[in-house]
Design a binder for this molecule. Structure first.
Ligand SMILES: Nc1nc2c(ncn2[C@@H]2O[C@H](COP(=O)(O)OP(=O)(O)OP(=O)(O)O)[C@@H](O)[C@H]2O)c(=O)[nH]1
Ligand SMILES: [Mg+2]
Length: 718
């Protein structure tokens, strides 16, 4: 393969709701680019893009797949992405890498929740969008309704370049209002005739043509002037204007295709080559320290790894985009994430599992390298001494958590290793070794996402695992003031033990003044604070410890031991063994023995007094509460709301956004187990949500009752 220069490369990511036809569109593109001479199908498990076993089993894309074609003297890199929200990590990394997002819209349904989700990510990443209204051969295809829904979501940015003459089963003709021609297709071969627009379509075509000219002119003052002077623009001027509009994200062109029947695909590819920006026209890449690196082939080399995967027969493959300079076989580079040295021993371009060796790739191009020592997704490689580190990808919060355990105890260590590796390959898999919950918790974007991981563990690494309900990180606290004292005394034989501690405990409130006086059971206790220690607990919240000992009742040297005893109970709360938080303790009196007092005695006295006081201080269990934001089509709103109400949630707000309803609710984590799965089945996958930790709140009395009982039973079993 020849070396393509930056201006001869186009990088697009195929985006869109699951089932909108990205993989089949990619297949037709591969066919048009002569990468394959027969098109595969999803049903026959024969597409270039969905080549992995698990994708074929599921009949949908799960990973991003890098593809390329050589087309009209240019190189078109295409990244096919999965449409399910579970695999949003792969979509985001693909979008970050591509220069344009090509969004497929299923013309049966118009804008779907996936369209919305991915469009929002494209906006965040500042990427131009191009729409392909797809499946126009379907009997239920409805172009006008699809356009209406696009306008609801994207307003005046929507710029129609094509419309179908006969959407539906007979679909074979498209009017192109940029070229003012009609494309007519024969069979499924992609073969086409370019004809004059028939008289009966002329009015509509002219109207859309003028609208497109206006939209194109809007992004460039000189084009605008020309348009006012001449009332029209040349084809080239329109291309310039459209490109400028795309780069500014002010104009999203709309094309018409049937990926399955290969209708309109070649014309769409021509548009991508002729009009869509090449990398060197796009925004520079930002580094971690805020510098900008532009796509300049003459600069020192730098590249960004957007995907790491283990491929059968060849092992680990790193997929990257060259950002600056040129990368060539045999080059020595530095990984600026871990300061490791890497040699590029072999360089490839890839179309699914097909690989072709190349000797060089230039700024803006996409390729793959194998046999790197320690390079993963999100890492930067660059010329020695250049110290470039690109800003890493950021992903949405996880939505699904489960505990994981190897079926076979002896696999536990291996499981840990592979889980860490899974995280490096897919940063949306987060692994947490929770000492608190005594579980390995994995977090992902949905149940399906983690089930894929389970499948991989079994089939690729031979580790059989169970998913178990994850425990909830409850907290304990108190709601009232209470006093307790405890005398620890042991004088049977040998050295004795003696320590006595008096304390008052009460809820800690940020900014409250130090205590001066307590009144408990009619008795007044005067307090004079000698020392104060404010401990930020590792698990959140505080313990404030006051030394209020007067007259040397307890030696200062024993106070740390008392605190230690209290901390032992904070670490394992008296109610359910969960961490305790937000408590203040005043040690105001006690007794020592001239010989028998020691640290251990005071630790035990402190611990026991604290436990008693805690139990008398209106103890409460607190649970983590999340803020959940659900985006749901209006028709599913009722079901989603009543389901949320069954989850002890409090609705905080509602809003209508572009044809969808947004619900914001506070929901306890304990009620969110498998929520992504439930929501998906309630709405046939048409809703999405995001959740983030909000705070800890007291559980209701009936829930506390149940938790106490469960803890009691568990303790008895042990
Ligand atoms: N009638 C018709 N069916 C299509 C067309 N394109 C795709 N399909 C069918 O729609 C289904 C989904 O197609 P895919 O290409 O896998 O869709 P996708 O967008 O890649 O889906 P995900 O990988 O799940 O995101 C398959 O059964 C295809 O055969 C089309 O142009 N017309
Ligand atoms: Mg697909």
């Amino acid at each position: 393969m020849k070396t393509y220069q930056s201006d001869q490369v186009r990088n697009i990511a195929l985006l869109g709701n699951t089932g909108s036809g990205k993989t089949i569109l990619a297949e037709s593109m591969m066919f048009e680019g002569k990468v394959i001479d027969r098109k595969g199908t999803i049903e026959a498990k024969s597409t270039v893009s969905d080549y992995s076993e698990i994708e074929q089993q599921n009949q949908r894309s799960i990973f991003s797949t890098v593809l390329y074609t050589e087309f009209n003297g240019n190189k078109l890199n295409i990244i096919d992405t999965p449409g399910s929200d579970d695999f949003v990590g792969a979509v985001i990394s693909s979008m970050y890498t591509a220069d344009v997002g090509l969004m497929t819209i299923n013309s049966q349904y118009g804008v779907e929740v996936g369209t919305e989700i991915f469009a929002r990510h494209a906006e965040r990443l500042n990427k131009p969008l191009l729409f392909a209204v797809n499946q126009l051969d379907h009997e239920k295809a409805n172009f006008d309704q699809t356009i209406e829904s696009l306008k609801v979501s994207f307003g005046s940015k929507v710029a129609i370049v094509q419309y179908p003459v006969n959407a539906g089963n007979e679909f074979d003709a498209i009017v192109d209002v940029l070229l003012m021609k009609m494309y007519k297709f024969k069979g499924d071969s992609g073969e086409r005739e370019i004809l004059d627009i028939p008289a009966e379509e002329m009015d509509k075509a002219n109207e859309l043509h003028n609208a497109l000219i206006e939209a194109a002119a809007e992004n460039d003052e000189s084009l605008m002037e020309k348009f006012f002077d001449q009332g029209t623009l040349s084809e080239d001027e329109m291309r310039m204007g459209i490109r400028a509009g795309m780069i500014a994200r002010d104009l999203f062109p709309v094309f018409c295709v049937s990926g399955k029947r290969n209708v309109g695909v070649k014309r769409l590819m021509e548009f991508v080559i002729n009009v869509c920006p090449s990398p060197d026209m796009c925004a520079a890449m930002k580094t971690k320290d805020g510098k900008e690196i532009s796509y300049n082939a003459a600069d020192p080399v730098s590249l960004f790894v957007f995907k790491t995967a283990v491929e059968s027969h060849i092992g680990e493959v790193n997929y990257f985009k060259v950002i600056s300079g040129k990368v060539a076989e045999g080059m020595d580079l530095v990984n600026t994430t871990n300061d490791g040295k890497e040699r590029i021993s072999q360089l490839f371009v890839v179309a699914g599992k097909k690989r072709e060796k190349v000797s060089e790739l230039v700024a803006g191009d996409i390729g793959a390298a194998v046999k790197l020592k320690n390079t993963k997704t999100n890492h930067t490689l660059c010329a020695p001494g250049k110290n470039i580190s690109f800003a890493p990808l950021t992903f949405p919060n996880s939505k699904f958590r489960t505990a994981i355990k190897a079926k076979n105890e002896s696999d536990t260590e291996k499981l840990g290793e592979y889980l860490n590796r899974a995280h490096q390959e897919d940063p949306t898999i987060i692994v947490e070794y929770s000492k608190e919950l005594k579980q390995i918790i994995i977090h992902g974007q949905g149940e399906h996402h983690l089930n894929i991981l389970k499948w991989q563990l079994l089939n690729l690494y031979k580790i059989d695992v169970d998913f178990l309900p994850p425990r909830i990180p409850y907290r304990e606290t108190i709601t009232k003031t209470a006093q307790a004292d405890y005398r620890h005394k042991k004088q049977s034989g040998g050295a004795g033990q003696f320590g006595e501690v008096y304390m008052v405990i009460e809820p800690h409130k940020e900014g409250a003044p130090d205590p001066t006086k307590y009144k408990i059971n009619g008795k007044e206790i005067n307090i004079s604070v000698r020392g104060k220690e404010e401990i930020n607990l590792d698990w959140g919240g505080k313990l404030v410890f006051y030394n209020c000992i007067v007259g040397g009742a307890i030696d200062a040297r024993f106070l740390p031991a008392i605190l230690k005893g209290i901390m032992e109970k904070m670490d394992e709360g008296p109610l359910t063994g969960s961490y305790a938080r937000d408590i203040r303790v005043a040690i105001y009196d006690g007794k020592m023995h001239p010989v028998d007092s020691n640290e251990i005695s005071f630790k035990l006295a402190g611990r026991n007094a604290f436990r008693t006081a805690f139990k008398n201080a209106g103890p409460k269990i607190m649970e983590p509460v999340y803020e959940v934001e659900v985006l749901v089509p209006s028709s599913n709103m009722g079901d989603v709301m009543s389901d949320l109400q069954n989850r002890r949630s409090i609705i905080m707000g509602m809003d209508s956004v572009k044809g969808f309803e947004k619900i914001i609710a506070k929901v306890p984590l304990a009620e969110l187990n498998k929520y992504s799965t439930a929501l998906s089945s309630l709405t046939s996958g048409r809703a999405t949500y995001d959740m983030k930790f909000l705070n800890y709140e007291q559980v209701p009395a009936d829930v506390q009752e149940k938790l106490l009982k469960a803890y009691e039973e568990e303790s008895e079993e042990e």
